[in-house]
Design a binder for this molecule. Sequence first.
Ligand code: ADP
Length: 486
Amino acid sequence: MFRSLKYTWRPDRQDLETFRLVKFFTLTGFIVIALFTAFLTLFVADRLQEMALKKSEDYASLLAANLNHQVFQQFVLPAAIRFQGRIQISEPTQYELLDTVVRNTIHGFHVQQVNIYDQRGDLAYSTDPIELGRNYLSVPEVKMSLENGERNVRLVVPKYMLLNLFFQFHKEKFLKTFNPLRLESLEIRLTPELGPVIGVFEITQDISHDMIEIGKFQLMLIATLVALMGLLFMVLRQIVKKAESILERRQEEQKELQAQLELAERLAALGEMVAGVAHEIRNPLGIISSTAELLRKRLEHSEGDSRLAQIIEEEVNRLNQTVTEFLDFARPREPNLQTCDVEGVLERSLEFLRPEIDRHNIFLNRQYNRNGHPLLVDPDLLYRAFLNILINAIQAMPQGGQLTVTTDPGPQGKGARIVIQDTGEGITSENAKKIFNPFFTTKDQGSGLGLSIVKGIIESHQGQITIESNFGKGAKVSIVLPEMEA
Ligand code: ADP
């Protein structure tokens, strides 16, 4: 049984290291993806904001061109005629005219405020005329628009635009565009930007609403990203956990296997020793047995003495049985395969045990369903295996019970399936794990080798043996024997 055992277990350190490496790369990959996606999201959000601002700037630019045209057409020209070329915005009549023109032009546009600065940078007109006359040349955009006639833009928001968008929804945000106010002449009317700069328009747009919308969108984008990354992380964590548990289980299994193999090796060594000793014991035992038998026959006339000789004989036989079991266990022999019918072998075992079965008031129930189909087995070994199983069943029912022996064709109709079931004490789930271990016994006089020997015999026939039990209700031993080639 142990001859084929080899020490094959190796700790799977390489597997573990590979797994650790994979885990590391997976998590690093996850972090890189998360960071990349975060940057991408911020970039997209920023671009979106830029586009919205550009849209507002274009809007303001269009309005500025329109204002320039309207102011020139409806204020500068008429005022020049009406006031003999003396344009003085601070004069109430002129101011009123300009105010009407500006208000009519910006009517319907989303404009918060319009300021007009004169060539010196003084605030000449405002839709919110609180600080009229004040000089604004110190404002760089006013100065630059006056000097180089270009459009300048200023964004009026609290510091750190992105963060503000997230956390300061309530604060107002403005876009101020500074556009040069140019003179138009009839020839260059179609391209008014070519005329000389005579002032600056400051158009203030309230972009809070747009910015809030963008902020919301940014928040939504980031929330989606966080949720997605969270989900991805959870999935990854689950996968890693599962892989870890599989690896741990495999390690446990390997450890268990190693323990079993070590035990088996120790037992094999022990078995060799026991076999040697048992062999030496068997010869003198035979002599003691035959001498005791002779003695008993000679002392037949003296009842007391012959009883003593009989006891020696019985005990020697029992000892011989134990020694034989040790030998069977330690030196299992190769099966000597012959074609025979399994039911015949079963019958022989049952016949041998018939007195015991009757003595224990056990009801025997046989169901042979294989039609005596012959099978290639070692009848002697099988006989011994059946005997051991049947003895266990009988011993499990000291107060009587039912012993059922069934045979059926094996899986796919080939080989044989033998089931021996009793209604005895059964096996606890704790003991069920150990019953095939050599020397495991719950009996006072048991050797604990019976089932080990049975297992060895069945496996030498390439078969399988399983035992199911309901503690307190009995046990069921199932054997499957395949159809073997001669
Ligand atoms: P032994 O019979 O010498 O104890 P075995 O290897 O044949 O050795 O059996 C090991 C143990 O398995 C028994 O001690 C017993 O506890 C349990 N066992 C085996 N067969 C049965 C059965 N049919 N019913 C209850 N217990 C059983």
